[in-house]
Design a protein around this ligand. Structure first.
Ligand code: 9G3
Length: 566
């Protein structure tokens, strides 16, 4: 492809509102242009990368028997009303009316559509398991679109849905998809980790997110440096300490802690450390007032606690609810003397004795508090946020934190959707049963951004060969020089004949401009035809390592092929 008439408007300056490096580089390398907030045009260079990512996805999913289809983007409201998500998804769901005034949604995901189709399409268990996927533009009206394709309002997703007659069959496909995702992201060249994650709006139990490690990532991963344990911070499990044996109790005393609002205030008033104070929080678990106890220096992980306590919804109780139930302000709460309210305590306080806690009397705390004598708990649970430096929950290694971009997610949904939508199949006894469902997403356009976040330097993008827009950037350094032009044209034809994807900079620009653009666009191999054209010598530079070689044109194809198969 000749660069002289190619639509890749490179830019020197960094656009002001682009604060992710991938967003900046996609604009500067002429890969995309913004049309509206969170809405982008993919220009030819980006389209080629997207096509390569999609090709890798198709190969790996077709290889495990998934079937590609394409579902409508325009969804009749009835489907979303049936699942209850027409209302519950709020403003993120883009709604519109057709010419007859009928309500539609622009598809943000396709559980409703595919489940309804499958229900009408197959009735017998004989057709199961079924695994279908599509690669298609999704629409989600993000409140704050940002970071370019990392959080857009229109983006390309591969979404797959699997249907099963049993949970075992779902489990089998779940792990087949998990393995296929690992192959896909390895082939793309991303540095990633599958992490234990929260099933969020979809519900169901098992779910893993595929995280591309990158500092711009909005998710925090807790991973062990001594094993392959890794979890989204929302779900990371903590290791229970050895509970201390029989307690030698201290004298229980009530002490004034005037205006103590926080653990730190109480610790200061009592001359104690934060981790010697019990933090008592009051939450509503599906509307039931419950007290949660944490060590003073730990934070409640609401998502994990919700799962641990089997609550569909966990919200913090209001100050009024607390005053009414406990007769004290939130800063003076504790488990001593609490009746008819369930108390769950984080594992970490199993080992705590001679500690302080709110006296359930505003501006007073108890000291010398011990479990058993002064309070008891309904059950010990894993409630706190894991912290860097904690022991890994699998007992191997220590927890470290890293930022990640979620590029994929696999869910075991179970029968939730099929029940909500009345999607059933007839089992071998002719009995109607709801399908077990799995759903699986890959952010295709987000993956392109993640690759750039991981592979760039101060001069531009450094594409891994498998997803590079082209393999070779061929530069004729001086198009007015007959010798250089001839050799360049000859090499352009030869490379194409050898099925090398070559991007040919035949523009009437100075060499310096060509070098800068080549570094910015970031193709893996740069071939420059310059002063030594007369000796049939060209200069080859590898974008990622920067190493340069003078190569005779007769050896060029072999040299390039050797580089591309590394
Ligand atoms: C909506 C809107 C936004 C949404 C959803 C629904 C996220 C929604 C979760 C999923 C789950 C899986 C299939 C592919 C893999 C992910 N944002 N989710 O359901 F109406 Cl506006 O999309 N879906």
């Amino acid at each position: 492809m000749r660069q002289s008439n190619y639509l890749a408007p490179t830019m020197r300056d960094v656009p002001a509102d682009a604060d992710a490096i991938s967003h900046q580089l996609m604009l500067r390398a002429g890969m995309m242009r913004q049309v509206a907030a969170g809405v982008y045009a993919y220009l030819p260079l980006a389209k080629r990368v997207i096509a390569k990512v999609e090709a890798i996805i198709r190969e790996e999913l077709d290889a495990i028997g998934a079937q590609e289809l394409t579902l409508p983007t325009l969804h009749p409201a009835e489907l979303w009303q049936k699942s209850g998500r027409w209302e519950s998804m709020g403003d993120e769901l883009i709604r519109l009316k057709d010419r007859h005034g009928r309500d539609f949604a622009l598809g943000p995901t396709h559980e409703e559509v595919i489940t309804t189709l499958i229900q009408d399409g197959i009735a017998s268990y004989k057709k199961l398991p079924l695994n279908v996927y599509q690669i298609q533009t999704k629409y989600r009206d993000e409140r704050r679109p940002r970071f370019g394709l990392l959080r857009g309002r229109e983006f390309i997703m591969k979404d797959a849905y699997s249907f099963h007659d049993t949970e075992e069959s779902l489990d089998e496909t779940y792990w087949e998809m998990h393995a296929a995702y690992t192959r896909i992201f390895k082939r793309v060249g991303l540095e990633f980790r599958p992490v234990i994650a929260d099933s969020g709006a979809i519900g169901g139990k098992d779910t893993h997110e595929f995280m591309a490690l990158a500092s711009v990532g909005e998710d925090t991963i807790a991973y062990s440096d001594g094993s392959d344990y890794a979890a989204n911070i929302e779900m990371a499990a903590t290791k229970a300490p050895e509970p201390v044996s029989a307690q030698d109790h201290a004298q229980l005393e009530k002490k004034p802690t005037p205006n103590a609002k926080t653990v730190a205030d109480a610790a200061e008033a009592l001359g104690m450390q934060n981790n010697e104070i019990l933090k008592a929080l009051v939450v509503k678990l599906d509307d039931e007032l419950t007290m949660l106890l944490l060590r003073g220096d730990d934070e409640l992980n609401e998502v994990k606690a919700g799962h641990e306590l089997g609550a569909k919804e966990l919200v913090m109780a209001s100050e009024e609810e607390i005053l009414e139930a406990f007769g004290a302000t939130p800063g003076s709460l504790g488990p001593v003397g609490v009746k008819d309210v369930k108390i769950y305590a984080d594992y970490a306080i199993q080992g705590m004795n001679r500690i302080a806690c709110g006296a359930n009397e505003t501006n007073y705390h108890y000291i010398g508090v011990g479990p058993g004598r002064d309070y008891s708990v309904t059950e010990y649970k894993d409630l706190r946020f894991i912290q860097a430096g904690d022991a890994s929950p699998d007992g191997q290694g220590t927890i470290q934190f890293a930022e990640g971009i979620e590029v994929g997610q696999v869910f075991k949904v179970g029968t939730g959707y099929s029940e909500a939508l009345g999607a059933q199949f007839l089992d071998q006894n002719g009995k109607a049963k709801p399908f077990y469902m799995g759903c699986y997403g890959i952010g295709v356009s987000r993956t392109v951004s993640a690759v750039i976040e991981q592979f760039h330097d101060e001069n531009g993008i450094q594409w891994p060969a498998p997803v590079a827009p082209y393999h070779v950037h061929l530069l004729c350094l001086n198009v007015k020089n007959e010798e250089q032009m001839q050799l360049s044209e000859h090499l352009y034809e030869t490379l194409k004949k050898n099925r090398v994807e070559v991007f040919y900079d035949d523009r009437a620009e100075r060499a310096g401009v060509k070098f800068k653009d080549a570094d910015l666009i970031g193709l893996p191999i740069r071939v420059s035809v310059g002063k030594r054209a007369g000796e049939s010598m060209v200069e080859v530079k590898l974008r990622t390592t920067g190493e340069q070689h003078d190569v005779h044109v007769d050896d060029l194809i072999a040299f390039i092929e050797a580089q591309l198969t590394k």
